[in-house]
Design a protein around this ligand. Structure first.
Ligand SMILES: NC(=O)c1ccc[n+]([C@@H]2O[C@H](COP(=O)([O-])OP(=O)(O)OC[C@H]3O[C@@H](n4cnc5c(N)ncnc54)[C@H](O)[C@@H]3O)[C@@H](O)[C@H]2O)c1
Length: 456
């Protein structure tokens, strides 16, 4: 672990950097001990995984647990008894003030940006669960605000630091399968398999006494409470989550972005099995076209995302006949061979004959949350900070923008060929969709009064 003088000098430097940029000197100054004081927003579900995995770092001390559901503290309390409870993160951040160095955000997606941006504005380092944000605009603001405040950030797509993805990206960067001609990424879940509903329930259920529904709704349009939203099932609903792509895109496209140095697509074409204004589709296919670079064979690179059971043709991989593609993962087609990178398993190179005797290099595996803690202490950027995670999250959410435009396409499950598609051109620098300006409102959303987000 880096020594305390490093931490002191970093926090001082960060404070100076923030001041120079016109931000008040709010970054935590060095405290008497070498602990990183962490507050957590959303403490069960994935939040509890984050608590366990962050908390076993010797420098971490939890100073606040916040959840809108009083029944959801049990696991966190059992692991870390005595940490102060809060229901409203705004009150937690105000009351704890400079007792907090870093904040973990593990709420449903629609509440990520308001919580994370408030924390960054107060000079707190932020670890924010994937898919980082709920909209393209929010992802851009998160990146810009991280840059302006100088806080240390990381997205919670923890497999980024695992040996499987690190080995896969290392091999691709080293050219193990040559230059890349095309990529297919897929996940074996549908965008609406948890609710089975197509529209919000029409009969209101009474709000359980342990749930603060107003705070759960947060920035989203108010609607009646029903158990089909909280916990977990919110991800199927457009107002709160991002369906299959939102849930898994920042995991499965992460090694594609990292290995191939991708940033913003040029175009995004979407097809789906039918969508309304409430629920994400059962099946979608998104074709992203990215500009070329040294690792890419052609003038552009097509990355095709599918979900809901659609997978690429296994013959593309040139795998042995007894093998099949994994339920979820990516297939990289290179000029010198192919790689299948399952979600989550080590990379496999094909055809087998060509890679017999291939010597896999040794790469290190890290605890993703410890990477963030160490970076906060040492004052170093993480490889998965918002400078990187922002463009990845923008790309994921852009796929969902195109999906919401492609309203009528039924996908033929036999051939995988959808009937209709919608293509958007992407002007990343200006956050514009030149060929479909009518789609630009979908890059952001309306915020409930009192929950508006100030641009970075
Ligand atoms: N990295 C991963 O592998 C992974 C896996 C699952 C979920 N996630 C992400 O983690 C986040 C949480 O997902 P989940 O499946 O745990 O959802 P969940 O609904 O099970 O848990 C969310 C928790 O946040 C609380 N919460 C909701 N709104 C809140 C608010 N405004 N303030 C404080 N607490 C609030 C809920 O009561 C609940 O305890 C999502 O962003 C999801 O995409 C990541």
């Amino acid at each position: 672990m880096p020594s305390q003088p490093n931490r002191r000098s970093f926090l001082k430097q960060s404070t100076l950097a923030a001041s120079a940029l016109g931000f008040p000197s709010l970054l935590r100054s060095a405290n008497a001990n070498s602990k990183l004081n962490v507050a957590v927003i959303g403490v069960d579900g994935m939040g509890f995984s984050d608590i366990k995995s962050t908390g076993d770092h010797e420098a971490v001390r939890f100073v606040g647990f916040c959840d809108i559901d009083s029944t959801r503290f049990t696991n966190a309390d059992a692991a870390y008894p005595g940490v102060a409870h809060f229901t409203d993160y705004r009150e937690m951040l105000a009351q704890l003030g400079d007792k907090v160095d870093g904040v973990i955000v593990a709420t449903p997606d629609h509440s990520h940006a308001p919580a994370a941006m408030q924390a960054m504005r107060l000079g707190k380092h932020v670890y924010c669960q994937k898919p980082l944000t709920h909209t393209v605009w929010e992802a851009r603001q998160m990146r810009l605000l991280a840059e302006k405040t100088g806080v240390i950030t990381q997205m919670g797509n923890q497999i980024h630091s695992n040996i499987e993805y690190r080995l896969g990206t290392h091999l691709l960067k080293e050219g193990a399968i040559g230059k890349i001609k095309e990529v297919h990424s897929w996940v074996g879940v549908t965008g609406n398999e948890r609710t089975k509903l197509l529209e919000p329930p029409t009969t209101a259920a009474s709000v359980p006494s342990h749930v603060n529904w107003d705070l759960w709704i947060g920035p989203a349009p108010m609607r009646d409470y029903a158990p089909v939203y909280h916990p977990f099932v919110w991800r199927d609903w457009q107002d709160f989550g991002g369906g299959a792509l939102g849930d898994f895109g920042c995991h499965i496209l992460d090694p594609v972005f990292t290995a191939l140095g991708l940033n913003a697509p040029l175009t995004v074409e979407a097809r789906n099995s039918g969508i309304n204004r409430h629920i994400w589709p059962t099946t979608q296919r998104i074709e992203y076209v990215f500009p070329s670079n040294d690792l890419i064979a052609g003038d552009t690179l097509k990355v095709t995302w599918t979900d809901g059971g659609l997978r690429p043709d296994r013959k593309l991989a040139k795998m042995p006949p007894e093998l099949d593609l994994p339920k979820s993962g990516s297939l990289f087609i290179g000029t010198e061979g192919n790689m299948v990178l399952a979600h989550v398993a080590g990379p496999r190179l094909y055809p087998v004959e060509k890679f017999q005797g291939f010597s896999y290099p040794k790469v290190e595996s890290f605890n993703h949350r410890h990477v963030w803690v160490d970076a906060c202490i040492a004052g170093k950027k993480t490889s998965d900070g918002f400078h990187y995670a922002g463009p990845l999250a923008e790309t994921v959410q852009l796929g969902n923008v195109a999906t919401r435009l492609a309203t009528g396409g039924e996908i033929d499950r036999r051939t995988g060929a959808p009937v209709e598609s919608t293509l958007i051109e992407w002007d990343a620098a200006n956050l514009r969709i030149p060929n479909r300006p009518d789609a630009e409102p979908l890059l952001s959303k309306s915020y409930r009064a009192g929950w508006e987000i100030e641009p970075a």
